[in-house]
Design a protein around this ligand. Structure first.
Ligand code: KG4
Ligand code: ZN
Length: 354
């Protein structure tokens, strides 16, 4: 089974061809990502209208490139999967309309994939991970702990009460003048820094449950920055190291509680999976791997390229869904918000994020 995947929910335009044959990443026949960084850089963040237009300009050529690289044509496909939400709605509309048009013209099944399910199932593409597993989903818009019981079966154990963890990295990097996206910039700067030189809090650490909070961390970092007469290179490196360490301690503390909750909920589950763009961070991966080992859980982190936004994960989720007979009608409406666990109450104090 060959699936075309399309991803346009944020600032990466991506198309990929994935097969269900083979093992691990060998199933990925092509995986093209066009990053719009240059388009958004002058504005210091993502401009939704610019993102939507850039997706429109690039998507046809990317899909043709993905088919070419995989050496297949539309006639070889078993289906077309596109991110149906959550995300910046203009971009999601571009990808969904394109996928519907291909599905209609080629009489192929259309699968609308929840972007978060794409991240969640990536570990089953890169590694052979069985259900159930505990998922730490850490991206630019999300920070959640979920029990994943099957395709489409998610139980949220904890979530952020304010900012997503990727935002903490991005806003921290902006305060330190390290550029966008902040995660990779903080990770690189942190290698040269001494975390003990800049004091930052550990929000929620030691509390019951496994919710997160990152807004206070950002405020504290702003105060440390305001105390400086000038932003020296060494201060920025120390602050980056301190921010990454504080975030790491919070993630480990919350995940430790979630592992205990998950053990009660799913006694058969013995795997901790990390997914989403922030999961590309090597220091955080090492901390979480150690915590998983101490609780006798296996730890699975997909390769960094599959952690940040890509279309291979959307194609793979499409394969998993199609195999279960889950397809979507051509009047599917793109969704700006689309929680994985529809039964979970909205997080206390959660803003407008999906
Ligand atoms: O999953 P993703 O590519 O897009 C969303 O769905 O949000 O995640 C993007 C986020 C950004 O906030 C980015 O700064 C963060 O992932 N990120 C990282 C790293 N690489 C990307 N954060 C920490 N360390 C990294 N190496
Ligand atoms: Zn994402």
């Amino acid at each position: 089974m060959l699936m075309l995947g399309i991803e346009t929910s944020c600032d990466e335009t991506a198309a990929a061809i994935v097969s269900d044959e083979g093992v691990g990443p060998a199933r990925i026949r092509s995986d093209l990502v066009f990053s719009q960084l240059a388009e958004h850089r002058p504005y210091g963040g993502i401009v939704p209208e610019i993102a939507a237009r850039a997706h429109l300009d690039r998507l046809d050529a990317l899909i043709a490139g993905a088919l070419d690289e995989a050496n297949v044509g539309f006639g070889d496909l078993a289906g077309v999967a596109a991110t149906g939400g959550p995300g910046l709605i203009g971009g999601v509309i571009v990808g969904v309309m394109e996928a519907k048009a291909i599905a209609l013209a080629r009489r192929l099944p259309f699968i609308a994939v929840n972007h978060l399910e794409g991240h969640a199932l990536t570990a089953r593409l890169s590694d052979e991970v069985a259900f159930p597993f505990l998922l730490l989903l850490v991206s630019g818009g999300h920070c959640q702990l979920l029990a994943v019981e099957g395709v489409g079966r998610y139980r949220r154990l904890g979530t952020t009460l304010d900012d997503a963890v990727g935002e903490a990295f991005d806003k921290g990097a902006k305060l330190l003048g390290l550029g966008y996206p902040g995660g990779p910039a903080i990770e690189i700067a942190a290698r040269r820094g001494d975390a003990s030189r800049v004091a930052l809090p550990r929000p929620m650490k030691g509390r019951a449950g496994c919710d997160f909070s990152f807004a206070g961390l950002k405020t504290a970092l702003r105060e440390r920055v305001d105390e400086q007469r000038e932003l020296s290179d060494s201060f920025c490196a120390n602050a980056a190291a301190a921010l990454q360490q504080a975030i790491g301690e919070c993630l480990v503390d919350r995940t430790a509680n979630a592992l205990a909750m998950f053990r009660d909920l799913c006694p058969d589950g013995r795997t901790l999976v990390i997914a989403g763009g922030v999961a590309a961070n090597q220091a955080l991966r090492a901390r979480l791997a150690a915590e998983a080992a101490s609780q006798e859980f296996a730890f699975v982190a997909p390769p960094p390229k599959l952690c940040t936004d890509n279309a291979a994960m959307i194609a793979w989720a499409g394969i998993e869904r199609l195999k279960l007979g889950f397809t979507d009608p051509l009047d599917f409406a793109p969704r700006p918000r689309w929680p994985l666990d529809a039964k979970a109450p909205p997080a206390l104090g959660a803003g407008v994020k999906a």
